[in-house]
Design a protein. Structure first.
Length: 460
């Protein structure tokens, strides 16, 4: 049915999507959505002890499942001398070795649960911030419905009504036929194209927004920042006040929140999450920190020796165990993102749970510049596609506006067909004002810090 739906002309899909979108959320997303949404409401007044007990139960069930139904965790637990049936203390989790992207790549089939058939799982491809994509699997009718319920609940705390409120989306959507926007009835969303944000286009965006007066925005920080800077610089303003901006997937740098909130006249709520869906922390309504959502997964911070950090003010790698994917359990997954805890007693918001601050994510606000002078965020270009399956690493190099070189380290079985597919996929996102060629290299360049960068820019 999905293939038939996506093969239909867009106007027909939009009509069908509108009918689907009018259904109640619990019907659209199924029983797991309804159960999670109900749980979130019921747990709003739980004590920390009740949250702790819930996490113990969730972890024990997941650990036993992973031990009994996957070759990887059965082997890993046995080698570590870890008994999941006796798990009743969060501290015992440190007995289990951590995993990362490389471990998943090298052990993917062994990490899959034999309890589920191919029809009960679906593949997810992440863009990757090391120039290598990650392929993993999630659970049909459970992972995404629970994810949707979580965000609907969190956004609902500031007035968003799931299934009814309209949303402006300014993220990474590629629109056909050089359209600058289109309205998607399925999600009640006005989708804006982030790839052609010249002053002229920004002016058209403002006119469209003033006409529609949509109260909520779902954005990448770098994309909304470009629009905010245009608004503050030119005085071209909104004639209404939005209710909230929800931002994800990128770092937010000092001073940028003030620029955005001054332009739009409303609070921007940052949230921390990642494609693997193991950890979630929601931006505070009053302060610039993040509340860990403890019902989503179990989050740890680890120091450079991979020891657990419990004290505030110490930066550590965010390491998480997700509760919502039994197809491919991710247990103590090191995310390559970093943060520290903030002392609850020093906060104004009164949140009693664990709080993260100073999150340093993998997604930096790296930009490519078109021949028209507008910028395209690397996060917006981020690829979730199989065209890079036979690529080891890739990186963009730019020293001239409007021209960019994609440097590729070939993987096994890479052919000219891959080059053609990559050129087509990438150019469709870059648009007519940014031309790309491909250069094959043996390794990609790193920053002076040794860290991988998606973009090496030598523009003046």
């Amino acid at each position: 049915m999905r293939k038939i739906y996506h093969a239909l002309p867009y106007p027909v899909r939009n009509v069908i999507g509108g009918l689907y979108g009018s259904l109640p959320q619990k019907i659209k997303y199924g029983p797991e959505y309804a159960k999670m949404y109900k749980l979130l409401n019921e747990s709003a007044n739980w004590s920390q002890d009740e949250i702790h007990d819930y996490q113990i139960r969730q972890l024990r069930n997941l650990l036993i499942h992973a031990h009994e139904t996957t070759r990887f965790y059965n082997r890993q637990f046995n080698e570590a001398g870890f008994n999941p049936y006796k798990f009743n203390n969060l501290d015992d989790l440190s007995l289990i070795p951590t995993i990362d992207k490389e471990v998943i790549r090298n052990n993917l089939l062994d990490m899959l649960s034999d309890k589920f058939s191919n029809r009960q799982r679906f593949q997810i491809t992440t863009g990757g911030t090391t120039g290598r994509q990650l392929i993993f699997y999630a659970q049909k009718r459970l992972t995404i419905p629970r994810e949707k319920a979580m965000y609907d609940y969190l956004w609902g705390e500031v007035g968003y009504i799931p299934g009814k409120s309209e949303m402006v989306v300014l993220r990474n959507n590629v629109l056909p036929d050089n359209k600058l926007w289109r309205y998607e009835k399925k999600n009640r969303s006005l989708v804006l194209d982030p790839f052609h944000m010249t002053d002229e286009v920004c002016h058209k965006f403002i006119n469209k927004l003033n006409k529609e007066k949509i109260p909520f925005f779902h954005v990448y920080p770098s994309s909304i920042l470009m629009l905010a800077e245009y608004m503050n610089r030119t005085g071209d303003r909104l004639t209404y006040k939005p209710l909230a901006i929800f931002a994800t997937s990128e770092n937010l740098y000092k001073g940028q929140r003030e620029i955005i909130e001054n332009a739009f006249g409303c609070r921007m709520y940052m949230s921390y999450g990642h494609s693997e869906m193991c950890s979630l922390a929601n931006g505070c309504a009053l302060e610039d920190h993040y509340h860990i959502e403890e019902l989503y997964g179990y989050t740890e911070l680890l120091d450079k020796n991979r020891d657990v950090i419990n004290d505030s003010g110490i930066m550590g790698e965010i390491t998480a165990t997700g509760f919502n994917n039994y197809v491919l359990p991710l247990i103590r997954y090191r995310t390559a993102d970093y943060a520290s805890y903030e002392e609850c007693v020093k906060t104004k918001c009164g949140f009693k749970g664990r709080i993260l601050k100073d999150i340093e994510g993998r997604w930096l606000q790296e930009m490519l510049v078109t021949s028209q002078g507008n910028k395209i965020s690397m996060t917006a270009i981020n690829f979730h596609s199989d065209v890079f399956d036979r690529v080891k690493y890739y990186q963009f190099y730019q020293n001239t506006p409007g021209l960019v070189t994609m440097r590729i380290v070939k993987g096994k079985d890479y052919t000219i067909d891959d080059e053609v597919a990559i050129k087509s996929a990438v150019q469709s996102k870059l648009g007519e004002y940014l031309k790309m060629d491909i250069q094959y290299v043996n390794e990609v360049r790193r920053a002076a810090s040794g860290k991988y960068r998606y973009i090496i820019s030598e523009l003046d």
